[in-house]
Design a protein around this ligand. Structure first.
Ligand SMILES: NC(=O)c1ccc[n+]([C@@H]2O[C@H](COP(=O)([O-])OP(=O)(O)OC[C@H]3O[C@@H](n4cnc5c(N)ncnc54)[C@H](O)[C@@H]3O)[C@@H](O)[C@H]2O)c1
Length: 316
């Protein structure tokens, strides 16, 4: 498969936009299928903003943001995806909606065209059910902001053929990603399984009064947050001595929270309409200005951490 094949995407919300940006910046032509063209201009402007950001960071070459944007077509006509060998769906997290998109795609795509889903946690096997060619359906899981992060998980469902997953892994490397391949399907894949285990424990510590939200955040930022871009948990145990972890596991595992209900604090915030910085309502108090400041600083940090990861990635 040629490295600069045209790529299709479906959905131009938060993630769909940054995914399209990443693929455009890597030199592909992108056709994005949307539900209605009313939001097309807003999405185009968002993507232009991301491309300008990449240029400022020296990460857009070759081409100027507007020229690169010229390679994007936004459409509500699925037929325009007909000759695409790879289509990445990033619409709302709904099994029914995603399956209905795949049925429409199957009507126009060749049987060997790859359909990837950016689902956060729906097992790929469930998304494959009822399709004519489930073997070419994969999870292609990105992390926000997808035009900056190096993260990607490529996931095989029960019916996926490994060769399609391997094609996406090598393509994604040319997009600046460092993909992990999951050869077997599991709900939540790698990072979400581990992150949600961490979130459950974080809520437990706060709700049972051991520590405040601020204390939990501060500890994690300065311990796990300090080393994890460099090492990952297994390398970190190698670096710091394995047996001590075994000793702690014996005592600590039985003590960790294993409740299956969503935390009361989470229910309360969601019930109050808290979305986080996007509506200035979250675990912390925000003014519209401070929420915007956090969003901007997160992007600035994302570029810095990417550069650091690349620098140390080259040394090992
Ligand atoms: N937000 C994240 O950090 C994140 C991270 C990893 C994975 N994901 C996953 O990515 C997907 C998209 O998430 P998001 O945060 O971008 O959501 P979002 O709500 O910002 O965007 C969803 C978009 O899908 C569009 N859409 C809905 N039905 C459609 C259809 N039939 N055809 C075309 N477009 C359609 C909506 O108009 C909207 O623009 C979800 O599956 C989510 O679980 C999100």
């Amino acid at each position: 498969m040629s490295n600069k094949i045209p790529i299709g995407t479906v959905g131009l919300g938060l993630m769909g936009s940054s995914i399209a940006t990443c693929i455009l910046a890597a030199g592909h032509t992108v056709t994005s299928l949307v539900k209605g063209l009313d939001q097309a201009e807003e999405a185009r402007q968002r993507i232009l903003g991301y491309l300008e950001e990449l240029e400022e960071e020296g990460m857009l070459s070759p081409g100027k943001p507007r020229e690169v944007l010229g390679r994007l077509t936004i459409t509500d006509d699925v037929a325009l995806l007909k000759d695409h060998e790879v289509v990445i769906e990033s619409i709302i997290e709904s099994v029914e909606e995603k399956r209905s998109v795949y049925r429409r795609l199957e009507a126009v795509l060749s049987p060997t065209a790859i359909i990837g889903s950016n689902t956060s946690a729906i097992p790929v096997t469930i998304l494959q059910e009822g399709l004519q060619h489930p073997e070419r359906v994969l999870g292609i899981h990105w992390a926000e902001p997808a035009h900056i992060t190096r993260f990607m998980e490529v996931i095989c469902g029960d019916q996926s053929e490994l060769r399609f997953a391997e094609t996406i892994v090598s393509l994604a490397e040319s997009w600046g990603k460092e993909p992990s391949l999951l050869r077997k399907d599991i709900r939540g894949f790698i990072t979400n399984r581990i992150m949600y285990a961490m979130l459950r424990e974080a809520f437990h510590l706060v709700e049972k009064g051991y520590a405040t939200v601020e204390d939990v955040d501060r500890s994690l930022r300065n311990d796990l947050g300090y080393w994890i871009t460099f090492a990952g948990p297994f390398r970190f145990m190698d670096l710091t001595g394995i047996p001590a972890y075994r000793t702690v596991m014996k005592d600590l595992f039985p003590d960790l929270d294993n409740s299956t209900a969503t935390p009361a604090l989470m229910e309360k915030l969601v019930g109050e309409g808290a979305l986080g910085v996007s509506n200035a309502k979250g675990f912390y108090p925000y003014t519209p200005e401070s929420a915007e400041h956090w969003e901007k600083t997160f992007i600035e940090f994302s570029y810095d951490i990417r550069k650091l990861a690349e620098k140390y990635g080259r040394k090992i």
